[in-house]
Design a protein around this ligand. Structure first.
Ligand SMILES: NC(=O)c1ccc[n+]([C@@H]2O[C@H](COP(=O)([O-])OP(=O)(O)OC[C@H]3O[C@@H](n4cnc5c(N)ncnc54)[C@H](OP(=O)(O)O)[C@@H]3O)[C@@H](O)[C@H]2O)c1
Length: 301
């Protein structure tokens, strides 16, 4: 087993953060997690209760936890103020900070295929834009001896979340039921947009691989799964696992966007150049989509 690490997660009972916490504990690491205490933490995780939006309470809770961490992972940073808080609070308290960003930083109408981290146009004034602002805070900060890495996952799937990667069946709690009943799925653009979903457990491995990795310092990396599919094929795989046929009705992208302008980031091909991830020596996700989805479906049955 690798050397046990002292790890702190911001978040820890959610989908991504809970998956990460479970993996870290299973590998023998000492894991603490900051949450507001509204959901149970995975077994073996030490709670640190604070609302990160209450800066004073957050600082006091970290001070009281009173440790130096080999790795701090901000699973729930959504804007520049969160990244600023990470730098201020953890600069002297951790060897390596990992910040979870998103592929929605890339402007959907200006993508390259595959999309690399540089040579990108970025969104502003949105979920993705705020994540990009957070990345820029880290990139511009004096982080002292604290290393940092930003990861940009695309659609994340796996046990602990709902199935579905595209409107109108994104994270659809009824998806299995609908497929079993022979309902026609309504996919925007017919589900022809390419995706490269990442299994949460694979992402968790990539996050842990940042610890102690000097080559990952100051890097912003795409992170996606090994399988590229049209979005409808994601649903086809699920239908095949259930042993039912798939029927899809195509919804107009233009009509959907008129009604939901804030969801534009879904409507582009989301495929990524992962060479930087590999060059940094970070874990490159390897679970084929069909295998990952089988486990995801089984977790919901
Ligand atoms: N899902 C995707 O496809 C996707 C794609 C790209 C990137 N991402 C990124 O992945 C991350 C999602 O993480 P997740 O799945 O763990 O999120 P989540 O399921 O929403 O869970 C949030 C976690 O943070 C805690 N929390 C929430 N607000 C808090 C606060 N103010 N102070 C302290 N703790 C707080 C929650 O516990 P309490 O409620 O008890 O506080 C919980 O443990 C995000 O950064 C997201 O942008 C997701």
């Amino acid at each position: 087993m690798a050397t046990p690490l002292n790890i702190l997660l911001i978040g820890g009972s959610g989908f991504v953060s809970g998956t990460l916490a479970r993996l870290a504990v299973s590998r023998g690491h000492t894991v603490s997690a900051v949450t507001r205490g509204q959901r149970a933490l995975p077994a073996g995780v030490t709670p640190v209760i604070a609302d990160r939006k209450d800066s004073a309470a957050f600082a006091a809770a970290i001070q009281q936890a009173g440790s130096h961490w080999d790795l701090v992972v901000d699973c729930i940073g959504y804007g520049p103020e969160d990244a600023q808080q990470d730098v201020e609070i953890f600069r002297e308290r951790t060897s390596h900070l990992v910040f979870i960003s998103t592929d929605f930083v890339y402007a959907p109408d200006k993508r390259r295929f595959p999309q690399a981290e540089d040579d990108a146009d970025y969104l502003d004034h949105s979920y993705g834009g705020k994540k990009r602002e957070a990345e820029l805070v880290l990139a511009g900060a004096d982080t002292g001896t604290m290393r940092w890495t930003v990861l940009r996952p695309c659609h994340i799937y796996g046990p602990g979340s709902l199935l579905g990667c595209l409107p109108e069946h994104g994270r659809d709690p009824q998806l299995i039921e609908r497929l079993r009943q022979g309902e026609t799925l309504r996919l925007v653009g017919g589900g022809h947009y390419l995706q490269q979903p990442i299994l949460a457990a694979d992402l968790a491995q990539t996050i842990l691989s940042c610890a102690g990795n000097a080559a990952a310092h100051g890097q912003i990396c795409n992170v996606s799964g090994p399988t590229i599919v049209e979005s409808w094929q994601y649903y086809q795989i699920i239908a095949d696992i259930l042993g039912v046929p798939l029927a899809v009705e195509e919804l107009s992208v233009a009509d959907y966007l008129r009604a939901n302008p804030d969801r534009a980031s879904f409507f582009c091909h989301r495929i990524y150049d992962l060479s930087r991830l590999a060059d940094c020596g970070l874990h490159v996700p390897a679970t084929p989509l069909a295998d990952g989805l089988r486990g995801h479906v089984e977790s919901l049955l």
